[in-house]
Design a protein around this ligand. Structure first.
Ligand code: ADP
Ligand code: ZN
Ligand code: MG
Length: 534
């Protein structure tokens, strides 16, 4: 039997704001000490009142606009009631009935993937299970970005005997009340790869928007996967519309399973691949897939059952009485639109149109945003008066040198790093020198290395280190004569018609010129001398 996977994602994103969602505590993901950024509001003390963080609302709407969503004029917050030790109020302020954004899409690999909604809520605290340290040293639980963390208190160190009191858990409320955006997709994804690509493209958009750093390893972006299998026969007959109701409700087919604790894109992909196989085996043996929430074990690369799926009514959602209804004025939306940066998709199109780069180059400049910006600054340095063909050549050379040579030398560093010393003007000058064949590619490498180290301009380096191309042909003639004298064997080979003998002789001459000769000139003079000597 053929089964088709149906996948929908629920993605939580911690927003980058100065303060928390409903109080003035600082939202600092790098805070090291526990319970530093806390106050009676985010600790859920009775009698306190929340105040909405306007910047967080702005960032959600900005995301919604970037993802082609409908933005509602009226919205409100709701209480999602449940008990857990990292949630001191006993409820989470979220949005259930009237989220800010609905019905958008993100284009991934030229396919539109629908977004059901984007809403705003608050994050919980973090639990730390001290006892895990003394039970299993490499427990996969401790790798959960949003789950329990192992914690080494100052007075006790790893490996000591289990101390008294190590059977309780600690809770850090620094993260409690941090603005958290949740994005829910329609079940439009059909493979592990598609889901991973969606999540990666979304991260890129979030970073372009500067709404979040969206680092999965730090738990700033958390992807939950919903997945079910459908017999492909049903899929072919039924349209997309009735498919979701079929897979959701019809228990003879696979029920959907939710997978949590995925802390990398790789984990998203692997967990889906694993789950497709697991569900297929269950369905093929004639059994039913259980509607449940499963966790992901990174070490064993498998999902495991966590709990049965809760339903919306379990949370007893109701409108948050301590907060007013929110009116989003057209002006507010207009201001956000006016402030919208260029998005990855627009940048891809523009880089193709303006610079004629190929897809691979474009993707590097889109993914490495600062490198792309640096590339554009270099291009703008080229004299405005030059011909189209010349400019094309300079653009192509710039792209090659940035992507290959410079990135190689940077070893993962960024051109936006404070230690990066090459100003665009100097890089452009180097490219122009290469284009005019004033320096060979070998010399260009030497110059680039020095530019990276000192920030000096290329003509300065050329002068200082005597790297200028030998333009005097008599000097090259001399080198060529010497090469001919020193390599009788290669000369013999050349006369016998061996093609690579010529390459060898050119190499020898270039070496003797310490790379400062123009290989084409060397070639010409060498051939001239060889035919004359015949
Ligand atoms: P629930 O009511 O169980 O929370 P929702 O309809 O709210 O389910 O959808 C939650 C997520 O699950 C969404 O991302 C949605 O796209 C996805 N989803 C819905 N139905 C399916 C399905 N049959 N298979 C896979 N994912 C699904
Ligand atoms: Zn607070
Ligand atoms: Mg739901």
């Amino acid at each position: 039997m053929n089964y088709q996977p149906t996948i929908g994602l629920e993605i939580h994103v911690e927003l980058k704001t100065k303060s928390k969602m409903f109080c003035s505590c600082s939202n600092d993901p790098d805070e090291r000490g526990p319970n530093i950024n806390v106050c009676p509001v985010c600790m859920g003390h009775p009698g306190t009142l929340p105040v909405i963080n306007k910047e967080a609302v702005r960032k959600v709407i900005k995301t919604g606009l970037a993802l082609n969503c409908h933005i509602f004029e009226r919205s409100n917050f709701d209480r999602k009631n449940y008990f857990y030790p990292d949630l001191p109020k006993g409820y989470q302020i979220s949005q259930f009935y009237a989220p800010f954004c609905k019905e958008g899409f993100l284009e991934v690999d030229s396919k539109k993937k629908r977004i059901r909604e984007i809403h705003l809520e608050e994050d919980t605290g973090r639990l730390m299970h001290l006892f895990e340290l003394f039970e299993s040293e490499d427990s996969s639980e401790s790798e959960r970005p949003d789950g329990p963390q192992t914690f080494v208190p100052r007075t006790q160190s790893r490996g000591s005997r289990r101390p008294e009191g190590a059977d309780y858990s600690l809770v850090d409320f620094n993260r409690a009340g941090v603005p958290l955006m949740e994005l829910v997709t329609e079940p439009d994804l059909n493979s592990a790869k598609e889901a991973k690509n969606f999540a990666e493209e979304l991260r890129l958009v979030l970073r372009y928007l500067a709404v979040s750093d969206a680092d999965m390893e730090k738990g700033q972006m958390r992807v939950e996967v919903n997945i079910s299998l459908t017999e492909s026969r049903l899929r072919d007959e039924g349209g997309k519309e009735d498919l979701s109701s079929l897979t959701n409700q019809d228990k003879t087919l696979g029920a959907k399973v939710e997978i949590k604790n995925l802390n990398s894109f790789r984990a998203v992909e692997k967990a889906i691949e694993f789950e497709i196989e697991r569900q297929r085996e269950i369905l093929e043996s004639g059994k039913k897939v259980l509607l449940e929430t499963r966790g992901w074990n990174n070490v064993k690369s498998e999902t495991f059952s966590q709990r049965e799926k809760e339903e919306a009514h379990d949370y007893r959602y109701f409108p948050e009485p301590d907060l007013p209804e929110i009116l989003i004025s057209p002006d507010f939306v207009q201001n956000i639109k006016a402030d919208m940066p260029e998005l990855p998709r627009q940048k891809r199109e523009r880089f193709e149109r303006e610079y004629g780069l190929n897809e691979k180059e474009i993707e590097i400049f889109v993914q490495n945003k600062s490198l792309g910006e640096y590339f554009e600054k270099i291009v703008s340095e080229f004299e405005p008066g030059i011909s189209v063909d010349n400019l094309k050549k300079l653009i192509k050379l710039s792209s090659n040198y940035l992507i290959t040579d410079l990135q190689g030398l940077l070893e993962g560093g960024l051109v936006s790093d404070t230690g990066f010393l090459i100003i665009p003007e100097n890089f452009a000058e180097l490219i122009a020198l290469i284009a005019k064949e004033k320096v060979s590619s070998n010399i260009a490498k030497i110059i680039l290395e020095e530019m990276l180290r000192t920030g000096a301009d290329p003509s300065h380096i050329i002068e200082e280190r005597g790297l200028a191309q030998i333009t005097d042909t008599s000097e090259i003639e001399e080198i060529v004569r010497e090469v001919i004298l020193k390599n009788p064997k290669a000369i013999e080979d050349y006369k016998k018609g061996k093609a690579n003998a010529l390459q060898f002789l050119i190499g020898q001459a270039m070496q003797m010129a310490k790379g400062r000769a123009n290989p084409e000139v060397v070639n010409r003079i060498l051939q001239k001398n060889l035919t004359e000597n015949k």
